[in-house]
Ligand binder design. Structure first.
Ligand code: PLP
Length: 387
């Protein structure tokens, strides 16, 4: 098809030209004497994106899933108890990864992280057997964002010492995430979402408490070992060949995020998400996240009417209009489709995606009024434009 594909899955996301150009460099010697002069400021500035001063952010050549594994194996021992609410495919998969690594996982089900249920379970754990509370900040499969500060409060109110580990794969760099202020011990992200890079980097922020836990953690680990990475990073090196090309992209990504300003980046995502929600309401459809307190500003999972296969919407959008939407994953396969609205986007890109979605909905037998969603979203964007 002529023209470009409209990439509106919730990751991978569009790569800005500036980042693509930054990665168009020859390969280089990662043991050259001037390499640390590139790495040390990169590591320091990456911490700003995670909003941590005290912690360290590890960069692995991996994806977000590798980051999950690094966070767990460096801080826990087989048999340890962890608490992880499941409310979609990614929270489910992280819990499964913990099980495979030998943890005992308690997995309450919820629409998002059920703070009351967490409080009950942790209050009943007077012996502090639960070593870690896992939180999927933004569940990409269902478009649900949970209250991280609330989880911190629950633990503090009970005086419970468990570590808090956060999956920020579809949150960090797009929606507010404050590692130090919210007392987050481990924060996992990947390069292909809010950081607007190709897939290939698994990023893990670790607090001092998490780094201390590393000394008693008995999970087997080698490639993802924090200890050796920390030692080498201190002087601007890596223990093995880093993904240098991606690191140049990361440099440009961090610069772009900090130049725009994190509050502005978060506000932009919130505004585009609201435009998408206006379109969904105008179509007479519902989000998988029913209560506004769960609304995600990076992805909207939209429920299709009974008797319709959400896969048809995704298929029509791609085949007929070159628009890539996300399908339903796991338990919501066929029931929802997803519009990703994160990363390098502007108003007209959002409206194009909504126009394509609207056409694909009609193609799939969902009677939405032509122009209704685009009209509602464009009016909202026009009225809230600050330029
Ligand atoms: N966690 C969340 C919230 C995700 O959205 C994803 C991927 O989409 C992952 C984890 C897994 O990351 P990756 O596919 O980079 O391994």
């Amino acid at each position: 098809m002529p023209g470009r594909n409209f990439l509106f899955v919730p990751g991978p996301t569009n790569i800005p030209e500036r980042i693509r150009r930054a990665m168009d460099v020859p390969l280089e010697d990662h043991r050259a004497s001037d390499f640390p002069a590139f790495v040390l400021p990169l590591l320091a500035d990456l911490k700003k994106v995670f909003q941590t001063r005290d912690g360290h952010v590890f960069i692995f050549a991996a994806s977000g899933t590798g980051g999950w594994e690094a966070a767990i194996t460096n801080t826990l021992s087989p048999g340890d108890k962890v608490l992880q609410a499941r409310f979609g495919q990614f929270s489910h998969l992280w819990a499964e990864l913990c099980r495979r690594l030998g943890m005992q996982v308690e997995t309450p089900w919820g629409e998002g992280v059920p703070l009351d249920r967490y409080a009950e379970i942790l209050a009943a754990d007077g012996a502090h057997a639960i070593k870690m509370v896992l939180v999927t900040h933004n569940e990409t499969a269902t478009g649900v964002t949970s209250d991280l500060a609330g989880v911190r409060r629950v633990l503090d109110d009970l005086g419970h010492p468990a570590l808090i580990a956060v999956d920020g794969v579809s949150a960090i760099g797009s929606i507010d995430f404050r590692m130090d202020e919210w007392g987050i011990d481990l924060a996992v992200s990947g390069s292909q979402k809010g950081l607007m890079l190709p897939t290939g980097l698994g990023l893990v922020g670790a607090s001092r408490k998490a780094l201390a836990a590393m000394h008693s953690a008995r999970c087997a680990r080698s490639y993802f070992d924090f200890g050796e990475m920390l030692r080498m990073n201190a002087d601007g090196w890596f223990p093995y060949t880093p993904a240098v090309t991606l690191l140049h992209g990361l440099r440009a990504s961090i610069d772009m995020l900090l130049e725009e300003g994190l509050p502005q980046v978060f506000a932009r995502h919130a505004r585009y998400a609201e435009a998408v929600r206006k379109a969904v309401a105008a179509w007479g459809l519902e989000l998988s996240a029913r209560d506004p307190k769960w609304y995600s500003n990076t992805v909207s999972a939209i429920v299709v009417p009974d008797g319709i296969d959400a896969g048809a919407v995704v298929g029509n959008a791609y085949r007929r209009y070159n628009l890539s939407l996300g399908g339903g994953l796991g338990e919501v396969a066929g029931k929802v489709f997803r519009i990703g609205h994160l990363g390098d986007l502007n108003e007209l890109m959002i409206l194009s995606a909504l126009a394509g979605t609207e056409m694909a909905l009609r193609d799939s037998g969902i009677e939405v009024a032509p122009g209704s969603g685009v009209g509602a979203a464009s009016e909202f964007l026009r009225e809230t434009c600050v330029a």
